[in-house]
Design a protein around this ligand. Structure first.
Ligand SMILES: [Mn+2]
Length: 237
């Protein structure tokens, strides 16, 4: 039997009490269910360490977390922007650029899709109310595994090959993609116009998802294809 592919999970940083790095257990659990072996990648500014992460792992997951600092896309911080960390931003923006350069497969979830877009030159709505006061509620107040809105999936995308033209998702975000980076293709939207998924153009397997598939997995298998496909693609690396 072949070894399981090593899937690096980009951790997040919290210095509220003592500095710590962590990930919600749903992320490694999802990687394991998909057939991968999860490895947590500690936050660091050291480029050589980041390069080692990229070389060690065959695939990557970028997790949810706090907001990306608007300075990275040339905006002043709006009062509606949440807590930010320049150390965390530097770590994840640098790591995701290195991963893309390597061509290795990855899924970037929630904050991850925002990091992906900003890393490639895109911008964000600092709060969805900046987009429209008619937008749907994207910060659901039900169990994490509950779905609250469907997304329409663009034909010809990887996402479409996994789910078809529509899939129901959960929604835990108060920010969203504004200007989508040229290197990214929109792969799914909510009917209010919010971008819910992107894919890196001319790339093997590079997905950004605004919803939390890992948090839906404890409630059912609907999102499992994402993680089995990640493990499959990673095994080829
Ligand atoms: Mn949403």
């Amino acid at each position: 039997m072949s070894l399981k592919p090593a899937i690096g999970i980009a951790t997040v940083y919290d210095d509220l009490a003592v500095p710590r790095i962590y990930t919600n257990n749903n992320y490694p659990a999802a990687v394991i269910r998909g057939g991968g072996a999860p490895l947590l990648l500690p936050v660091t500014a050291d480029r050589e360490v980041l390069r080692e992460y990229v070389s060690l792992c065959q695939g990557f997951v970028f997790s949810g977390g706090q907001d990306v600092s608007p300075m990275h896309y040339g905006e002043l911080q709006s009062p509606l922007c949440g807590p930010t960390s320049l150390l965390l931003d530097d770590y994840q923006l640098t790591l995701i650029r290195m991963v893309i350069e390597s061509g290795k497969p990855f899924i970037a979830i929630c904050r991850g899709i925002q990091v992906l877009n900003v890393a490639l030159g895109g911008t964000l709505y600092q709060d969805i109310s900046e987009y429209s006061d008619k937008a749907a509620k994207h910060m659901q107040q039900t169990e994490r595994g509950d779905v609250t809105h469907p997304v329409s999936i663009v034909e010809g995308t990887i996402l479409h090959s996994l789910f078809g033209s529509s899939v129901w998702t959960n929604s835990y975000h108060h920010q969203a993609l504004k200007q989508v980076a040229d290197r990214l293709q929109v792969a799914a939207t909510c009917s209010d116009g919010i971008v819910e998924a992107v894919e890196v153009r001319d790339y093997g397997f590079g997905l950004g998802l605004q919803w939390h598939p890992e948090a839906m997995l404890p409630a059912g298998d609907a999102m499992l294809p994402l993680f089995t496909e990640l493990a499959k693609q990673a095994s080829a690396n």
